[in-house]
Design a protein around this ligand. Sequence first.
Ligand code: SAM
Length: 488
Amino acid sequence: MAKLGGRGGHSEGDTVGRPLCIAMIPPDRLRALVRPRRGDTERQGAGALIALLRKARARGVGWRGQAPDRQVREALRAAGVVAAAVGQPEALPLTDLAQLAAEGPLLVVVEAPQSADALRDWLSELAALRAPTLRVALHRVPRCAAPHFRGDVDVVLTGVGPATALQPACSRCAVVDSCAGAHPSAHVQPLALPVSNQFDLVEMPSVAVPDSLPTDDVARHLWLQTADGLRRFRCDNTGWTTGQLADVLNDLGQAWLDVSEKARLDDFATDLRALRRIRPAERQADGTWRPALWEPAEGTPFAEAEAALGGSLAELTGLVVDIGAGPIRYLKTLAERIASGALRYVAVEPDAAELQRTAAALPGAMLTRGVGERLPLQTGCADHVLMLRSFNHLRDVPAAFAEASRVARPGATLLVVDNVAFGLARTQAQISRARAIAVNETPFEHYRNANADAAVAAIDATGDWQIGSVQSVGPGRANQWMVRAKRR
Ligand SMILES: C[S@@+](CC[C@H](N)C(=O)[O-])C[C@H]1O[C@@H](n2cnc3c(N)ncnc32)[C@H](O)[C@@H]1O
């Protein structure tokens, strides 16, 4: 099965959108499609390919035959990919593909040319077409076969496609070990495993707080003193280590009580009640622990964090690029700013369904399907770059900040907001509701639960931004942090 990885390559000064549509079709199927079937003219074969690509674009991530597994689908979606056309240059009908690309960006993956001449001819035809939205990646093509063609994006397809007829020559080449084209596996980046940003503390039959528990047991328990009595919760998810649980609960104070009836929590300010520690855990002489005791806290830390963020957004002027815009929370603020002419707003979001919902709710916004790692935007266009709770979803943090730097004009601002993990105390009924949500309804996963320091380090690593203010997470505050920076 095809696997897409790779480093988003783009040429300096490039203003063409990053590929939003890659038709992902196993090459053998593609070849069967583009090769005229018996009785078909060549033209009919090409027509079938175009029809397939068009259908894939309309549907979202597209494939033909057996669907790729979830991890591959997610990798494709995370890369802003809809579908992929893979083939030998001889079999890729350029004029038709250019026509399709005129309807929106399209990436074609060229692999295994039969000869360097065939590839050169195909690339010259491509250059003559001057189709800016038709982008090309070379796959398993030795660099010497197209020394002047860098490609628009790097793509890795594993375990598919024929070996190039050029490869025997590679074995006699001095640079074979460093030639990415000859060694596509050198590009393969293992897919990160998604992580949850929250652990459940499930309500158990109540028992009095014991005086002594082993370390692991005490880290997994939360005793809550309420007006109605003592409640006991326990985290049974062994994916969370004792140390991680202690960091989240004890150091950061991020324990919350689910007070909603929703399966999917979407408004933490009203869905969650803050918990605060009345008494810390105490280590006993024998190395065991007396557990901490918690109580519901007054105040609405999420509402306070949101108010601070909303206030910042209400002051923005000029062109704003919102990376991972998702279900835009600040519609009212943004809509007013856009309507007043103070703000031009560009949302970049990989999830097509979210974009469609936003389109209806935010007239005047520019909505682009794409990922932070490859922004489909012009260099230096943005006065402000927002990354609101999408940092933890990025596959490739350095690539995303390199892109943020690229699109920001000197003096532009960057606002990065995200959440550290938190513990959620829930009843059995709340847990059952939440776990009934189909996994494929949450395709864009978290890959980390980073804190503000991690974001600062990633922003600093670009050398392009001056860090302004940093708001970290701690007890009594929401699990939301915020970093502001200014483009040098
Ligand atoms: C938790 S939501 C945040 C949405 C919105 N910005 C907010 O603050 O409510 C995270 C969003 O990041 C998007 N996302 C996932 N991977 C992404 C990537 N590689 N680049 C940009 N956005 C991504 C998801 O589709 C999702 O809409």
